[in-house]
Write a protein that binds this ligand. Sequence first.
Ligand SMILES: *Cc1c(COP(=O)(O)O)cnc(C)c1O
Length: 389
Amino acid sequence: MDDIFSIDKTYIANTYARFPVEIVSGKGSLAWSPEGKRYIDMGSGIGVTAFGYADDAWQQAVIAQLGKVQHTSNLYYTEPCALLARELCLRSGMKKVFFGNSGAEANECAIKAARKYAAEKKGPEYHTIVTLVNSFHGRTLTTLAATGQEHYHELFQPLTPGFAYAEAEDIEGLKKLALETKAAAVMLECIQGEGGVRSLSEGFLRAVGEFCRAEDVLLIVDEVQTGNGRTGKLYAYMNFGLQPDIVSTAKGLGGGLPLGACLLGEKVQDVFAPGDHGSTFGGNPVCCAGALSVIRRLDEAFLAEVRRKGELVRGALLGAPGVEAVSGLGLMVGVKTAMSAAEAVKACMEKGVLFLTAKDRVRMLPALNIPDELLLEAVGVLKEVCSEG
Ligand SMILES: *Cc1c(COP(=O)(O)O)cnc(C)c1O
């Protein structure tokens, strides 16, 4: 048999530091290696497989659509795309949706919408997007520019101009920066995911929302990681009483197929005209059929379960030996461990549990329907590792 690790290392671009694990099959929150080693997957493909591997309802929805039409381009109407857009708007209060294929593309659309709105309403000099230090918004040259972490920027200059970075929790600094730079929008994650599962305070978020409304600066909330039930609400901003003008999302939306969405609120619902923006694959009917199956199941009872499971995890970890802090909301959890997060993740992997890291933390983004037994088994392994470390 060919050695997949060495073929991959030879032919795949050197952008990923993969773990020495090959996954050949999965069901729910369990995954298996070619040798039949069982893993509990606490990362769900970085928050993507919202209902785990090979979820029955999701699979049926996707397969049914595959048997009808797999792609038509955006020149024609398809039912899954229209129904998903309606579902997202009715559930969020947003007005219109643009579909792309990834989080970065959803953010690109958000930035274009904000710039056009501000250019038309206030003038083209109102184009700056204020983002936060330690944020993460994607890997395209524009969303890298939006990402407030310098180490991602090095060696890729020049990035798209027109971004400025404010410190989280410093509302006066943010206001000053937004006014000085004639900002079109403020863009933020309610919980900085890649930045280490760092929650922003409700006070700060509300103050940003009030400032944006008062100054007619658009508020863009990046829900790529926090969205689609992850925090125990449909979107994380709903935990904080915020009303964004634009919401971008992706990761868990398609349940494992590539789908991003930019939700446009009242102010910007009509900002685009035909030709302003587009995507060949965007709104693919198979991806949208999968997403409909995900979003329709995220009702209040299900979301309450996500919150309960999040509390279960927190309860099990808080005060455990070697656990220094627990952050996040719902099933988006960051754990500050006494030992290095990378070491903890490696040790857990050897014991059959796949966790993620984010900065100096162990990160969990399990499938939203993970059974309590698996969740507690996985957390138990982390506790064991932490207590030994
Ligand atoms: C993952 C992520 C992105 C980028 O999404 P891609 O699908 O990888 O382009 C953007 N913003 C946030 C908050 C993310 O977590």
